[in-house]
Write a protein of this length. Structure first.
Lengths: 193, 254
């Protein structure tokens, strides 16, 4: 019975992976245009969506404490629900950013002819654990609300800033690489001619 | 009657796939795949002749043809690997190492649990179990191929995509059917004799659809990063994940 169960589960997982394989998804080519898009995305994040003050404001307890003293229970509940929604949106956005970063890395690295299995496995596990952590964070906010971790706001701002700053560094360094690659391609084409 | 209709339709679709390959001159581009189709077509035609002229030896020859076609099925996986990975030499090299690792694991499992079909008293069930094991190993390699392709989002041509979907559907359904047949015994033979040819026909139609025109992948990739740049990219990406994890870890602690 166990063998039957294992084989059928394995085959069903296999068929599901074929379905996932066929499903279309956005491609990250690692091209100069993608670097440009990623940079634009980063710029919007840094200047408009993830400055420390905004993140601190989302997770700040001051507004809630004010409402606790001054308003009815209904208003407090409504406020808590809205803040929770905001916090979840923020966590989801962070998750998406890390995914984008991973895709960007894969999109750039796959063209490299001397990829190392060890390095790629290590990076894959790091991304996996980070994404898992983000999901856990979403889960904690979902269960215990936006004020589950009191020291969250400051750390969030710092983490966001770090992600943005380091991503920017990666993109700065990749820019000349793209140009180098294109130059190499042009040289090859010229040599063929 | 239904079996015969499925059989003739299968022969027709297999012939059409080969005719299109000659018309489009794609035979040399996908040699393993077309060799597999040609082998299946020959088996189907010959088995039909044997069934009509010498029904007593039909089952023996069916078993031989099945074994041959299962072995040739590995050619399709090889074809997929060859076409998808040849454009990405780094991932190709990594996949070879991964393939060897999978082979070592399969070998170790086979040595630890030798000849599992021997435990079955019925010879037809023994054959079914052996086929199932063979195809399950194919599934592992196939999963590795599509896993790598999906993870790195490698570009796959329409032809190869169709090859993957067609063979994947057939492989998955066949393993489930064989496992059910091995567990429940000959009582499932009737359903088995209709289901397998039906799903095989679905795969053939999928192959015919995807191979109707030749669709190569666009552009030529090139080695965009020099070694030091890859090291830097890997180190920086790793640094980002470490820092973010550290920050998040501190955040989660009240």
């Amino acid at each position: 019975m166990m063998e039957l169960f294992l084989f059928v589960i394995f085959a069903v997982v296999f068929l599901a992976s074929i379905y996932l394989f066929v499903r279309p998804r956005a491609r990250v080519e690692g091209s100069a245009l993608d670097v440009l898009r990623a940079r634009e995305d980063l710029s919007v994040l840094q200047s408009g969506l993830l400055p420390a003050e905004i993140v601190e404001r989302i997770f700040a307890k001051a507004d809630y404490e004010f409402l606790l003293a001054e308003s009815t229970k209904e208003v407090q509940e409504l406020f808590l629900a809205e803040r929770k929604r905001l916090a979840l949106l923020w966590a989801g956005y962070l998750l998406q950013r890390i995914r984008n970063l991973q895709q960007f890395h894969l999109g750039s690295a796959r063209f490299y002819s001397r990829l190392r299995l060890g390095t790629e496995i290590r990076l894959a596990s790091e991304f996996f654990s980070l994404l898992w952590f983000c999901r856990a964070l979403q889960f904690v906010i979902y269960l215990r609300g936006p004020y589950a971790a009191p020291r969250m706001a400051g750390r969030v701002a710092a983490a966001a800033a770090t992600v943005c700053a380091t991503s920017e560094e990666v993109m700065n360094f990749l820019k000349p690489a793209q140009a180098g690659g294109l130059a190499k391609e042009s040289a090859r084409k010229l040599s063929v001619m | 009657m239904l079996t015969l209709i499925l059989w003739w339709t299968g022969i027709f679709v297999e012939s059409m796939i080969l005719v299109r390959s000659v018309q489009l001159r794609t035979l040399p581009r996908f040699p393993f795949f077309f060799f597999y189709i040609a082998s299946v077509l020959c088996s189907d035609v010959l088995l039909y002749v044997v069934r009509v002229t010498h029904p007593s030896v039909y089952l023996t020859w069916t078993a031989r043809a099945e074994v041959l076609n299962i072995v040739l099925g590995y050619g399709i996986i090889l074809e997929i690997f060859r076409h998808v990975l040849s454009r990405y030499p780094g991932i190709d090299r990594m996949s070879q190492i991964l393939g060897l690792a999978i082979f070592a694991v399969v070998l170790a499992v086979t040595l630890l649990h030798p000849a599992s079909p021997i435990g079955f008293p019925d010879p037809s069930t023994r054959k079914v179990v052996a086929e199932r094991d063979f195809l399950a190993v194919q599934m592992v390699f196939f999963l590795a191929a599509i896993g790598i392709t999906r993870y790195y989002d490698l570009e796959v041509s329409r032809n190869i995509r169709g090859m993957i979907v067609g063979y994947g559907i057939w492989l998955g359904v066949t393993v489930i059917t064989l496992e059910l047949r091995a567990y429940f015994g000959p009582m499932l033979d009737t359903a088995w004799h209709y289901l397998l040819p039906l799903f095989y026909l679905i795969s053939l139609v999928q192959w015919l659809r995807s191979m109707w025109t030749y669709a190569p992948v666009r552009g030529t990739p090139f080695d965009r990063l020099v070694p030091s740049e890859y090291d830097l990219l890997a180190a920086k990406t790793s640094g980002i994940t470490d820092e973010v994890r550290a920050h998040l870890g501190r955040m989660a602690r009240p």
